[in-house]
Design a binder for this molecule. Structure first.
Ligand code: PMV
Length: 343
């Protein structure tokens, strides 16, 4: 299937973008402002090379309302909130009221905790602003995309990206910035897909529930505020062993805070734990790797290049689908000839 199921109008203002997903090594889990998606702590992510959203945004005076065609299907209007928020911001900057048609396709399983909202909302922000002739810098794009989905603000740079918590009430200082390039600390990235279906608690609801009811939420925020700079230091000093310890601790603390909510939120499934055990086992065999898990059951495994072929063959014994990629580039223009279909 093509990512555009409807033909782009010759009269419209349009732009095609690809934006990658990103995986947080230091997690964002908790909002101090729900409307602006301002976080309770900073976070740090890795940009994925080959998984993301191919997106065409088109503005035309003949469109009566905004529409989103996601993975070939028309999304109902009540699921348009995040996209509409971003489109409204871009329209205000471009001083236009033209409505948009957005056609977007992910080349990885949607809503399975692989941050499809990060790639999707960053792609819409980039394509919409380019379509309307705005030449926004990446920090401004990041600020707009954040209002659609927090993690989307980290998809505009290659390599390692930090999202600062920020101090301002309007969120203008709560944006992404580059920490290190994709070649700084090369790693193979494997995604063990435990379950491709939609996750059972969307991240916003999950975060709010954790914040309101979990006795561990405060401890999580303190832990995250201390750990994010430590994770950044481990990246900058290329200290893989330290990074492995910190990233796994950060992930487990985030999930523990969610699990302790009342009622509890469990993103993990039995196979998730099986894969964690496998990672521990591989490490005891001398392989260099670590895991992290977003708001879903899938496990993302980072491996140093010298360990990666052994890691992959061990992961293949688990009987789950393994997607594999590397660290890659941020959001960019997309030439339709690059389209290779779904992963
Ligand atoms: O940006 P959201 O609302 O999709 O939330 C992302 C939450 C996590 O993926 C669990 C953590 C993160 O920092 O990406």
């Amino acid at each position: 299937m093509n990512w555009e199921t409807e033909r782009v109008l010759s009269t419209s203002k349009f732009f095609r973008a690809f934006s990658p997903s990103n995986i947080a090594l230091a997690k964002y889990w908790g909002k101090r402002d729900v409307k602006l998606n301002l976080p309770t702590n900073g976070s740090l992510s890795v940009t994925l090379k080959s998984f993301g959203s191919f997106t065409t945004v088109e503005f035309d005076p003949s469109f009566s309302h905004d529409r989103l065609i996601l993975n070939g299907a028309h999304e109902p209007e009540n699921k348009m909130n995040k996209v509409a928020r971003v489109l409204d911001e871009v329209r205000a900057l471009a001083k236009t009221s033209m409505r948009a048609r957005v056609q977007s396709m992910n080349n990885f399983p949607t809503a399975a905790g692989l941050a499809s909202s990060a790639s999707g909302l960053s792609a819409v922000t980039f394509a919409a602003s380019q379509a309307l002739g705005l030449n926004l810098d990446r920090a401004k794009l990041s600020e707009i995309a954040r209002k659609g989905s927090g993690s989307a603000c980290r998809s505009f740079w290659e390599g390692f990206v930090e999202w600062k918590q920020g101090d301002f009430d309007d969120g203008t200082d709560s944006v992404g910035s580059s920490v290190a390039t994709k070649n700084h600390m090369p790693m193979k990235i494997f995604i063990a897909v435990v379950n491709q279906s939609q996750k059972n608690h969307a991240s916003t609801g999950g975060m709010e529930h954790t914040k309101k009811t979990s006795p561990f939420f405060k401890a999580w925020v303190e832990h995250a505020q201390k750990q994010t700079p430590e994770i950044k230091t481990a990246v900058l000093s290329k200290d893989f062993e330290k990074l492995a310890l910190l990233v796994e601790s950060n992930c487990i603390a985030m999930h523990a805070s969610a699990m302790a909510s009342i009622p509890g939120i469990f993103y993990w499934q039995p196979q998730t734990l099986e894969i964690i055990q496998k990672v521990y086992q591989m490490r005891s065999m001398g392989l260099n790797l670590f895991f992290t898990i977003d708001a879903g059951p899938n496990v993302v495994i980072f491996s140093q290049e010298d360990s990666s072929s052994k890691v992959l063959s061990e992961l293949n014994t688990l009987g789950v689908r393994i997607l594999n990629t590397e660290i890659g580039d941020g959001a960019r223009a997309f030439d339709p000839n690059e389209w290779q279909g779904e992963a």
